[in-house]
Design a protein. Structure first.
Ligand code: BTN
Length: 322
């Protein structure tokens, strides 16, 4: 039946049952059976007498097979686990990593029942509207370097959003992505390591893609790509773009051992720079965000004593922005 799917995918308009049967050397009854099975999997196939069949939702279908199709990467997403529902893709990816899942393994869920955000927050992950995905990465780096991976994911995701939707995506250091001042993407990176060795890193990326509305308590601060660009966005294409951009940045990072090569691109998208920020932590303070270092840290000038300081990780809120 997937051979039928491929033929329909390649065809612009209708394709007759007779042509499908001839092409695949199967009977028209077998074609009909295949069409029925594809419909059961969620593919919308229009059937019109004397014209044949037409795939009506090729861009909105989202499953393991669709994600595998046409992915142009070497490692990222070359092994895919797709769940209709799971608690959180970060947990699944962690379990798979412990069982030896290879570098670049991608875990995707249609719905998360216990989506996790940073600082113990819940990440709403409803069915069918977003991209809830985690990766297994096995870089040979020191634990202290791992925060750069989060920045790479943020950069790759922002670039992918711009490429797919034309929206301008701003990165709030280290890795929230804001569109027109509201958050559309969150990234939660978890790691398994010893003092001097990283076993694996699990970046979990959540993208509000086709969400039509948010509950009142977050509507002021959250948005989706659909709400910002006014059209349905293909999750399949967006996942592909994120993986492709991430693979390129990740390879550069491993080859050069630094964030320096991505710095210019990151700076351009980073909305934190030049702003007054509130650095949270054990002793919160106000500062001006000056620059990003070649290690991916935030360089700030403290408001209280005028001294420059490097912020490694943690929460930074921008004054006047969420
Ligand atoms: C944040 O901004 O607080 C981070 C949100 C991270 C959400 C993603 S969705 C995929 C992965 N699974 C989770 O439970 N969380 C991350």
């Amino acid at each position: 039946m997937y051979r039928i799917l491929e033929l329909l995918r390649r065809q612009e308009g209708f394709l007759s049952g007779e042509d499908i049967g001839r092409e695949l050397s199967i009977t028209r009854a077998a074609v009909w059976k295949g069409i029925k099975k594809l419909r059961e999997e969620g593919y919308e196939i229009e059937a019109v007498t004397n014209r044949g069949y037409r795939l009506t939702n090729p861009e909105t279908m989202y499953n393991k097979r669709e994600l595998e199709q046409g992915l142009k990467t070497k490692t990222m997403g070359q092994t895919i686990y797709f769940y209709e529902e799971t608690d959180t893709t970060n947990n699944r990816a962690r379990e798979l990593a412990l069982e030896g899942a290879p570098e670049g393994t991608l875990v995707v869920a249609e719905k998360q029942t216990a989506g996790r955000g940073r600082r113990g927050k819940v990440w709403e992950s409803p069915l069918g509207t977003g991209i809830w995905m985690s990766l297994v990465l096995r870089p040979q780096i020191m634990p202290a370097e791992a925060s750069v991976l989060t920045l790479l994911c943020g950069l790759a995701t922002a670039e992918a959003i711009e490429a797919e939707t034309g929206l301008s995506a701003g990165i709030k250091w280290p890795n929230d992505i804001l569109i027109n001042g509201k958050k559309a993407v969150g990234i939660l990176t978890e790691m398994d390591c010893e003092m001097s060795e990283v076993h694996f890193v699990i970046p979990g990326i959540g993208i509000n893609v086709n969400t039509a509305s948010f509950p009142p308590e977050i509507a002021e601060i959250a948005t989706s790509l659909y709400l910002e660009c006014g059209k349905t966005v293909s999750r399949r294409r967006l996942v592909h773009k994120v993986l492709e951009r991430l693979e390129e940045h990740y390879e550069t990072f491993l080859r050069t051992g630094s964030f320096a090569a991505m710095l210019e691109d990151y700076r351009k998208l980073c909305i934190t720079l030049g702003k007054e920020v509130h650095v949270l932590g054990r002793e919160p303070f106000f500062a001006e965000a000056l620059d990003i270092t070649s290690e991916g840290e935030l360089l700030v000038r403290r408001a209280d004593n005028g001294k420059e300081e490097v912020v490694f990780s943690g929460e930074v809120s921008i004054r006047g922005v969420i």
